[in-house]
Design a binder for this molecule. Sequence first.
Ligand SMILES: Cc1cc2nc3c(=O)[nH]c(=O)nc-3n(C[C@H](O)[C@H](O)[C@H](O)COP(=O)(O)OP(=O)(O)OC[C@H]3O[C@@H](n4cnc5c(N)ncnc54)[C@H](O)[C@@H]3O)c2cc1C
Length: 161
Amino acid sequence: MTGLLAVGDAWATTNTTFGLGLSMGLTQAALLRDTIDTGDIADPAKLSVAFAEALESTVVPFYQALRDWDTHRFAETDAVLRGERYETEDPAWHLIKALDTAKPSHPDLLSAIADVGSMLEPAAQVLTRPGLIDLIMTLGSDTADSPDHGRFRRELLTAIS
Ligand SMILES: Cc1cc2nc3c(=O)[nH]c(=O)nc-3n(C[C@H](O)[C@H](O)[C@H](O)COP(=O)(O)OP(=O)(O)OC[C@H]3O[C@@H](n4cnc5c(N)ncnc54)[C@H](O)[C@@H]3O)c2cc1C
């Protein structure tokens, strides 16, 4: 749609677990300001395309990473509820799981997570840091199976009844 440029949750919502919504919205607001400053405000179509391009190279990689995480996590949750282990061929998910296990073990991993979580660098760029993937896979190789959530559900149902 031309003549209407969305920012914040009007553009896209993200999983609140990651606390990135405000950073996304403020980044988009700054991009919108710059696009209007430098773009052709008399041509809504050009302005829309310029804003979309600006988003594509800045906010979209963060949004896409969170969407991918959601897709895997929902699938994993469904698998756990069926009593199964979630299997996927996607190497990115295995890396994320390994990072989750390894993150308290090394300051480089914590700072990598903080940089992504603060929207300073997208994950794909952070992972190009020399030795980082090896570090994640070494320290996070002992990725635990998903915990037995069923036990807690049973306890909850017992408490309710
Ligand atoms: C439970 C929860 C926890 C979150 N935790 C975090 C966090 O820890 N860190 C973080 O960064 N982000 C977090 N977020 C996300 C963050 O709150 C949103 O990304 C952010 O508020 C989006 O800002 P916004 O201005 O785009 O939209 P909103 O904050 O939703 O603002 C939209 C405003 O428009 C108003 N409005 C709607 N329709 C109309 C209308 N027709 N006329 C006039 N006004 C209207 C609404 O009332 C609202 O005030 C969380 C979100 C939720 C739901």
